[in-house]
Design a protein around this ligand. Structure first.
Ligand code: AMP
Length: 398
């Protein structure tokens, strides 16, 4: 599609990656008449997007021919994983395919070190940090960045999410981190004594129009997102500053699509934790909380439809459902009825083929007159599910 022509009714959207984000994008695309074409590696045969894809192309993220097959009959291409390969996407772009966000932006964001370097160059506020490439430099940075808030966080350049690829305290003696250092740099970050964690979602279209969702709040347990609130429990000046920072990020990176930035709220202001050029777990409740959800907004930004005004409709809380719920209860599976009996609760399961205790298998949302009421309902539904499975609260030892 040439951008000047505007979006084509009924055209397919191509997406690289077949996970739950692709699945939810497919579900949002269908009512607007856009089928989803998905490229995923062969190992993803049982991936969540499979059930909603009109076309499934098997291929590695490095496989240019498979990407050409995906791009053959789509209006535009996007991606839902950081592992998408910028060189391959850039080759398609050079062949005239609309790829949003741009491969150049993906190249900056997909690795932790290059993301941190770019943010520093552009002057965005961040925790004190060092990028290290040897065990000696790691040990020195760990000593230098230790503070009253404790030892620094040491994070791998790639492949780190949901607490994986992260260590705290004596990382220079940790065999896994030493092995990682042989292949990639590590980012060492001072521990931030934050008051809250926020996420901001900004959409930007090819004409430069911007729309920002209400600011969301994240609560992590053991470095994995456990629940999220929309709107965040912060004062309006803080929320306004967060939205403004996200807009500046979107402009600085030349975004077409959506971007989510995670922020720490500290006594001295906001600090950027990390950013992603795709939908984000924090905003899975946005279709209930706001006038439109993140996936419809992503679709509109990428295909060139007018962006939606994502104004807040009703406070909403989200709780993630992890694999331990499936593995508990003698393998009886999820006691869905007990969760659905809680007022306003809705459940979205990702249909993942394999469970692991900390793997995100789905989420539930609840609404309320206030965000605290919504959260109480969502947590009650989770409590019932865990009790039915005979397992303790998430993050507590059995
Ligand atoms: P990340 O994968 O980098 O987003 O880290 C996951 C979670 O670990 C964050 O959302 C925080 O709760 C915590 N965390 C990561 N880095 C830091 C830091 N520098 N200071 C304090 N907490 C952190």
């Amino acid at each position: 599609m040439s951008e000047a022509d505007g979006p084509r009714l009924g055209a397919a959207l191509g997406v690289v990656g077949g996970g739950q984000l692709g699945r939810m994008l497919g579900l949002a695309a269908r009512p607007l008449g856009h089928p989803l074409h998905v490229l995923a590696p062969p190992s993803n045969a049982g991936a969540p997007a499979r059930a909603v894809a009109a076309r499934w192309v098997e291929g590695a993220f490095s496989d240019l021919e498979a990407h050409r097959t995906l791009a053959a009959d789509v209006a535009a291409l996007t991606f839902e994983v950081e592992d998408a390969e910028p060189d391959v996407l850039a080759a398609l772009e050079a062949e005239g395919i609309a790829v949003h966000p741009s491969p150049a932006a993906l190249r900056i964001v997909r690795r932790r070190a290059s993301q941190r370097r770019w943010l520093a160059e552009k002057g965005f506020p961040m925790p004190a940090l060092r990028v290290v490439e040897s065990v000696d430099a790691l040990a020195a940075a760990e000593a230098e960045l230790a503070s009253a808030a404790g030892p620094p966080f040491v994070k791998t350049d790639r492949g780190g999410f949901d607490g994986r690829g992260q260590a705290r305290g004596k990382a220079s003696q940790d065999p896994a981190m030493r092995a990682a250092l042989e292949e990639q740099p590590l980012v060492v970050e001072a521990a931030v004594p934050f008051e809250r964690e926020l996420s901001v979602l900004v959409a930007r279209d090819a004409a430069g129009n911007v729309a920002v969702h209400p600011v969301a709040e994240n609560v992590h347990i053991q470095a994995v997102l456990h629940h999220a609130l929309l709107p965040a429990r912060v004062d309006e000046p803080t929320a306004a500053e967060a939205r403004d920072l996200a807009k500046r990020l979107a402009e600085a990176i030349g975004l077409v699509g959506i971007l989510v930035v995670e922020l720490f709220v500290t006594r001295d202001g906001l600090l950027v934790n990390e950013m992603a050029l795709r939908p984000h777990n924090t905003f899975h409740g946005a279709d209930r909380a706001c006038a439109l959800g993140q996936f419809e907004q992503q679709l509109r930004a990428v295909l060139g439809w007018p962006l939606g005004d994502p104004e807040l409709q009703r406070p909403t809380a989200l709780v993630n459902l992890f694999g331990d719920l499936w593995e508990g209860g003698g393998g009886a599976g999820l006691d869905l009825a007990t969760a659905l009996a809680v007022p306003t609760v809705q459940v979205h399961l990702y249909e993942k083929a394999a469970t692991r205790p900390r793997r995100k298998m789905g989420h539930l949302t609840a609404t309320g007159a206030t965000v605290d009421e919504a959260l109480a309902r969502a947590l009650e539904a989770e409590r019932r599910l865990r009790a039915a499975a005979g397992i303790p609260p998430f993050g507590e030892a059995p």
